[in-house]
Ligand binder design. Structure first.
Ligand code: ADP
Length: 432
């Protein structure tokens, strides 16, 4: 850019001179032009350009050049033949700074109306020097700056990418070893990468907890299945004794049926929970009268409650309705009432209450039973979890998991409040 703008400046100067002398020639002819050239050289003290006037057949009529410029005039003649506007010929300026460089003469040519050729040229030495100096300064500044920028940039990017590298390393180690306990180092720079690392760690925490949950769930299933399967095997083995009578065989078959029913219930319930949790459970939503549903559950459990001398009371507004899957909701309530009766000693009370609350309906099952210890409350919704005090009672440890999964599949939730020795309350919050 610098070079071309300097060149344009020089060429403009030569061209204006060329036009000026062409005008002079046309006004006063060759003699007038010669006079003018001589006057100019005299006036300037030192002629700073070359001027050549040649006849149409390229014979030099006049040539004027500073004495210190050594060049071959033949070359000027030669360029005159080429009919080019601009040309360059080598020149040696003995007055220059002694760097022995051969400079260039930049020559512009103009064919006048009578075919006479006028050539004006100037040395490019000043321009070349300027460009050379400029290049030296440019290189002297830009190269170190560039090097500095490169080193600084590499250093900064190295530092900036360090947390990303930690992230990649951690990921690589997790992928390679399957070890979910590895964590990304959080540098503490409080920037986006730091936040990403923290988020990544929380994600790993969640995945670890989930996988741990799945593992223990699987262990529990295997454990829970082993007992009925061993019992089944024992019963079958006994029945296969050679002296077993018909009645013994019947009893054995009955036992087998009971055990397989238990296994089947367990597997079906687990599948229901999975379906509800993953959203694959098909719900046939309809308007359900809560009062009728509660009555239905109470009726189902009236004998069991009577047997255990537990009084069941209800308090539900007659017209209270919600949109839900009737059978699933019945199942949920049945599980809650079943637990309430199971974990309440004889003579206790179970109460079912439903109230509208803003845009939801809360159905609460309250008992005066054994209650749930605070440290157990977070575990009761885990699959196959059974409280220590409940081992003597029948059950699979799946009832509350199903209650929670179905409540959530209905966009609702279940809440527990309890006091050990005084009783518990399970509140089902469902959309109206
Ligand atoms: P289970 O088949 O053992 O009843 P659940 O999933 O229904 O399984 O309940 C899990 C555990 O929560 C029970 O083992 C029991 O310890 C506790 N629990 C549930 N409901 C009650 C309740 N109403 N009162 C006291 N403890 C309860």
């Amino acid at each position: 850019m610098v070079s071309s703008s300097l060149e344009r400046r020089d060429r403009d100067a030569i061209e204006s001179k060329l036009n000026e002398y062409a005008g002079e020639y046309q006004l006063g002819g060759l003699d007038e032009l010669k006079q003018k050239l001589l006057f100019d050289s005299h006036h300037m003290g030192k002629l700073l350009f070359v001027a050549r006037i040649s006849s149409p057949d390229n014979k030099t009529l006049y040539l004027q050049a500073p004495g210190t410029w050594k060049f071959d005039p033949k070359q000027l003649e030669h360029e005159g033949l080429a009919a080019k506007r601009w040309s360059h010929i080598p020149v040696d300026d003995s007055e220059d700074d002694g760097d022995n460089d051969t400079d260039r003469l930049e020559v512009a040519a103009l064919r006048l109306p009578d075919r006479t050729l006028l050539q004006i040229g100037s040395i490019t030495e000043e321009r070349d020097d300027l460009l050379e100096r400029f290049a030296a300064i440019y290189a002297g500044l830009v190269v170190p700056f560039l090097a500095l920028g490169l080193i600084g940039g590499s250093f900064l990017s190295f530092r900036a990418f360090r947390p990303i590298r930690y992230l990649v390393d951690s990921l690589r180690s997790i992928v390679a070893t399957g070890n979910l306990t590895a964590r990304v180092v959080v540098v503490g720079s409080r920037d986006e990468v730091d936040e990403l690392s923290s988020l990544f760690n929380s994600l790993l925490d969640k995945i670890e907890a989930l996988i741990g949950g799945m593992k223990s769930s699987l262990d529990n299933v295997a454990h829970e299945l082993r007992t009925p399967m061993t019992r089944l095997r024992g019963v079958a083995e006994l029945a296969l004794q050679p002296d077993a009578g018909v009645q013994a065989l019947r009893d054995a078959l009955e036992n087998c049926l009971e055990e397989s029913d238990r296994i089947l219930t367990m597997v079906n319930t687990m599948m229901d929970i999975s379906e509800a949790e993953t959203g694959a459970m098909k719900l046939s939503m309809e308007s359900v009268n809560v009062s009728e549903l509660v009555e239905q559950v109470v009726e189902l459990y009236s004998y069991v409650a009577e047997d255990k001398q537990i009084a069941i009371s209800t308090s539900v507004p007659k017209e209270l309705c919600i949109t839900a899957d009737r059978n699933r909701l019945l199942h949920v309530l049945a599980n809650l009432v079943d637990n309430a009766i199971k974990y309440t000693p004889s003579g206790g009370k179970v109460d079912l209450k439903a109230v509208p609350n803003h845009d939801e309906v809360v159905i609460a099952v309250t008992d005066t039973g054994v209650g749930i210890a605070a440290d157990e409350r977070s575990k009761i919704y885990d699959r196959l979890y059974r409280g220590d005090t409940s081992r003597s009672e029948r059950g699979l440890g799946l009832g509350l998991s199903l209650v929670k999964a179905i409540a959530e599949a209905h966009q609702g939730y279940v809440e527990v409040s309890s006091e050990v020795g005084h009783g518990s309350q399970f509140a089902l919050h469902l959309r109206a």
